[in-house]
Design a protein around this ligand. Structure first.
Ligand code: NAI
Ligand code: COI
Ligand code: MG
Length: 358
C-alpha cells in the first residue's frame, strides 16, 4: 500500500511550524518503520507567487495522489490587495478541501493539565477538558452559490452569500459525529440557528432522524449564540459538538483559548475513506511570522492525528502526544502558552524538545 504524505507549508508561520512537524514525522517514520514517503508542494500565497494561483494544478494533482496532507496555514496581508477573490490564498485551501471532499473536520480541544494556568478560564472550570468539535467542511455558507458583490439598480453595492446544505451533506457529517460520540462519552450536541435559518431547521431534522440509529447517544440541540456562551461558561458540559462550516470555524477558535492557545489546537479533515488533510486550527499569524516564536505544537499534534486516522498507527500517534506532554512537563513554553516560572522557548527549540522527548 502506498503511503504518501504531501507537505504544504503555505504562508506566514506555516513554513516555520511545518518544519518542526516534519522533523517529528520523519523521526517516527523511522523509529516505527512507517514507510511514509514525503513530498512538498505549494499552496496559498506561496502557490500564487510561484504559479499565479493559490492552488497550482501540480499541487492539486499531488494532493489527489497523496494518502494524507500536512498543511501549515495560508494567507496574509501580502495578498489581501488582490482584487480577484478567487486568487486569494484561502481559496487554495478551500479548493483542496472541496476537490478532495474532506467534509469531516475533527477539532479536538483538550486541555493539557500542565497548561491550566494558560487557559482563559479558572482551573476548576476547565480541568480535564476534552471536547471534540465536528465541523462540516465542504458545504454551508463558505461554498454556497450564488455569492459575490453586485451593484444594484440604485447604484448601491450589495454583498451576498448563500447558506445551503442538502440532506446528504448533513447526514454524512451527522454520521461522523454520532460515530465519534459512540467512541467517546456518547453525548452529542448539535449546534444550529434553527430559530432563524431554514437550512438549520433541516440540519436539526436530519440529526433527529439519525438518532434512533445510535440509541446509546444522548442527542441535544443548542443555538449557536448560546453554544458560544456555554463554551466559555461551562465547557465540560460538552463532549462532541456537531455543527456547520462557519459556526464550527468560529466555535473552534473560541474553544482553543480554553486549552491555553490556538497554537495547541490540531485538526483532521477527512473524506469518507479517512484520507485526510491535517493542519493546525489557526491561520498564518502574520503578526508573528518570521520571528521564530510561533507555537508548533498544534501542527505536531496534527501529525499524531494523521498517524491515527489515516494510517492507523495508534502507537506512533500516542508517542507524539506523550512527547508533547513531556516537554510541557519540562516547563517549556512558547510565548502564547507562557506563564510565570516557565521556560520561554522559540518554535525550533520547542520542535527539538519534542524530538528529544520522542
Ligand atoms: N487554515 C488556514 O490556513 C487559515 C488561514 N487564515 C488566514 O491567516 C491570516 C491571519 O488570520 P488571523 O485572523 O490573524 O488568524 P490567525 O489564526 O493567523 O492568528 C490569530 C492570532 O493568533 C496568534 N496565533 C495563531 N497561531 C499561533 C501559533 N501557532 N502560535 C502562537 N500564536 C499564534 C496570532 O499571532 C494572532 O495573534 C489571514 O490571511 C487568514 O485568512 C486564518 C485562519 C485559518
Ligand atoms: C479559509 C478559512 C475557512 C480557514 C479557517 O479559518 C479554518 O478552517 O479554520
Ligand atoms: Mg478558522
Amino acid at each position: 500500500m502506498s503511503k504518501k504524505v504531501l507537505v504544504l507549508p503555505g504562508d506566514g508561520i506555516g513554513p516555520e511550524i511545518v518544519a518542526e512537524a516534519v522533523k517529528v514525522l520523519n523521526k517516527v517514520n523511522e523509529s516505527f518503520s512507517l514507510g511514509l514517503e514525503l513530498e512538498e508542494g505549494l499552496v496559498g500565497g506561496a502557490g500564487y507567487d510561484a504559479a499565479g494561483t493559490p492552488l497550482p494544478a501540480e499541487t492539486l494533482e499531488k494532493a489527489l495522489a497523496a494518502d494524507a496532507i500536512l498543511l501549515g496555514a495560508v494567507g496574509g496581508p501580502k495578498w489581501d490587495k488582490l482584487e480577484d477573490r478567487a486568487l486569494r490564498p484561502e481559496q487554495g485551501l478551500l479548493g483542496i478541501r472541496k476537490n478532495l471532499e474532506l467534509f469531516g473536520n475533527l477539532r479536538p480541544a483538550i486541555l493539557y493539565p500542565q497548561l491550566a494556568e494558560a487557559s482563559t478560564l479558572k482551573a476548576e472550570v476547565v480541568s480535564g477538558l476534552d471536547i471534540l468539535i465536528v465541523r462540516e467542511l465542504t458545504g454551508g455558507i463558505y461554498f454556497g452559490k450564488p455569492r459575490g458583490i453586485r451593484t444594484l439598480e440604485n447604484g448601491d453595492r450589495e454583498g451576498y452569500n448563500t447558506y445551503v446544505y442538502n440532506e446528504t451533506e448533513i447526514r454524512r457529517i451527522g454520521r461522523v459525529a454520532f460515530e465519534s460520540a459512540m467512541k467517546r462519552n456518547k453525548k452529542l450536541c448539535s449546534v444550529d440557528k434553527a430559530n432563524v435559518l431554514e437550512v438549520t431547521v433541516l440540519w436539526r431534522e436530519i440529526m433527529e432522524e439519525l438518532a434512533p440509529e445510535y440509541p446509546e447517544v444522548e442527542l441535544s440541540h443548542m443555538y449557536v449564540d448560546n453554544a458560544a456562551m456555554q463554551l466559555v461558561r461551562a465547557p465540560k458540559q460538552f463532549d462532541v459538538i456537531v455543527t456547520g462550516n462557519m459556526f464550527g470555524d468560529i466555535l473552534s477558535d473560541a474553544a482553543a483559548m480554553l486549552t491555553g492557545s490556538i497554537g495547541m489546537l490540531p485538526s483532521a479533515s477527512l473524506d469518507k475513506n479517512n484520507k485526510g488533510m491535517y493542519e493546525p486550527c489557526h491561520g498564518s499569524a502574520p503578526d508573528i511570522a518570521g520571528k521564530g516564536i510561533a507555537n508548533p505544537l498544534a501542527t505536531i499534534l496534527s501529525v499524531a492525528m494523521m498517524l491515527r486516522y489515516t494510517f492507523g498507527e495508534g502507537a506512533a500517534a500516542d508517542a507524539i502526544e506523550a512527547a508533547v506532554s513531556k516537554v510541557l512537563d519540562q516547563g517549556l513554553r512558547t510565548g502564547d502558552i507562557y506563564s510565570e516560572g516557565m521556560t520561554r522557548v522559540g518554535t525550533a527549540e520547542m520542535g527539538d524538545a519534542v524530538l528529544a522527548a520522542l
